[in-house]
Design a protein around this ligand. Structure first.
Ligand SMILES: Nc1ncnc2c1ncn2[C@@H]1O[C@H](COP(=O)(O)OP(=O)(O)OP(=O)(O)O)[C@@H](O)[C@H]1O
Ligand code: SF4
Ligand SMILES: [Mg+2]
Length: 340
């Protein structure tokens, strides 16, 4: 498959939660594409919609949440229109997901070897003995020492870092085409985080699995990803190659994230947080969602920033930014509707 035909394409995706205070527009018109074998980082502050987007891709949104519009095309087939059987086959076989809390995702009453062997047997057609042997091999491949012995352990007998390695082994056992990892290392200490991220990248590279890595840490994106989608208030505000965007961000929000990121190995006296907080997602906004916090608002034309949601502009090929500062560049798509 070439770059021109992505493996996964998200088009105009909107997911909302009905609450007493009104509908929370958690994902509010997201367009994304993921190519085979690439690593896409999805980054943004807490509450900007990263997890809801990841769950929406696999249709794992529960009530009061609802996907209200859009398409999720996996190799051309719309996941949102799939029948239950096709959806079950897709999850785990074609697309796997790793959640933030590894221990909570493991069954406390089942040996870890069995938790890896089970999908190999049930969905991969292996015999019981083959599945167990492969599970032990997979534990070795994710860096668990004495895998034969550890396969017999229960989740409470292993560390948080080892549990995350087990989750990676489970997620990749059936060699999915795409792995979505939602903050896979935030519960771990810094040294273990780096090891797990390296393992994740290495395993995906060996298997040719594309990786969507959800994180609030732009430093992780810099270290891991080929492309990045920066999310703010339920939308992708900047999207393109990591080298382009982190080198010369076009969107003021991306600049703010970079300034507030700790620099690896450097002692920073004080990080510059982006002042203010994310907007109330139940309230319709007519202008740019970032306007109340944006230091470039005057420069771009405050009246327009406050009254018109910016469309996606293309500062360069393969690079999109939703900001009126880029109004001189071609438009990637029609202006989005005002927040309905
Ligand atoms: N079950 C729910 N009911 C109501 N609102 C929800 C629900 N789940 C998520 N939301 C809202 O959707 C928005 C996006 O949440 P989401 O969990 O996707 O953020 P996030 O970017 O993953 O944040 P974090 O970095 O903290 O994980 C938030 O405003 C959140 O409050
Ligand atoms: S559109 Fe205006 S307010 Fe929004 S990020 Fe760009 S400059 Fe800032
Ligand atoms: Mg989240």
């Amino acid at each position: 498959m070439s770059e021109a035909t992505p493996m996964l394409e998200v088009r105009g995706l909107r997911t909302q939660f009905g609450t007493g205070a009104g509908a929370v527009r958690a994902v509010n018109g997201v367009d994304l594409a993921i190519n085979p074998g690439e690593v896409l980082g999805i980054v943004g502050e807490s509450g900007c919609g990263k997890t809801v987007l990841a769950l929406s891709i696999l249709r794992l949104i529960d009530a009061p949440g609802r996907i209200v519009a859009g398409q999720v095309l996996f190799e051309g087939t719309d996941v949102l229109a799939m029948r239950p059987r096709a959806l079950t086959a897709l999850r785990g076989r074609d697309i796997a997901m790793i959640f933030q809390q590894p221990k909570a995702s493991l069954d406390p009453l089942m040996r870890i070897g069995s938790q890896i062997a089970e999908p190999l047997r049930l969905r991969g057609g292996r015999s019981r003995a083959e599945a167990w042997r492969e599970a032990v091999e997979l534990l070795g491949a994710v860096g668990i020492p004495n895998p034969e012995e550890k396969a017999r352990a229960y989740p409470h007998e292993i560390s948080g870092g080892q549990a995350q390695r087990v989750m990676i082994a489970i997620a990749l056992a059936l060699r999915p085409r795409l792995l979505i990892a939602d903050e896979p290392t935030t519960a771990l200490d810094v040294t273990v985080q780096a090891q797990i991220l390296e393992l994740l990248r290495e395993r995906c590279r060996v298997l040719g699995t594309a990786l969507v890595l959800v994180t609030h840490d732009i430093g992780v994106v810099a270290q891991m990803a080929d492309r990045v989608a920066v999310m703010y208030a339920g939308r992708v505000v900047e999207n393109g190659k990591v080298a382009d965007i982190l080198g010369q961000p076009a969107h003021p929000y991306t600049r703010g994230l970079l300034r507030s990121a700790p620099v690896m190995g450097a002692v920073q006296a004080r990080l510059r947080e982006i002042p203010g907080g994310i907007p109330d997602l139940t309230r319709p906004l007519s202008g740019c969602a970032f306007a109340p916090r944006c230091e470039a608002r005057q420069q771009a034309g405050a009246a327009r920033c406050d009254s018109q949601a910016p469309p996606s502009f293309l500062p360069r090929a393969g690079w999109q930014a939703r900001c009126w500062l880029q109004a001189g560049a071609p438009q990637a798509q029609p202006a989005p509707e005002a927040w309905a």
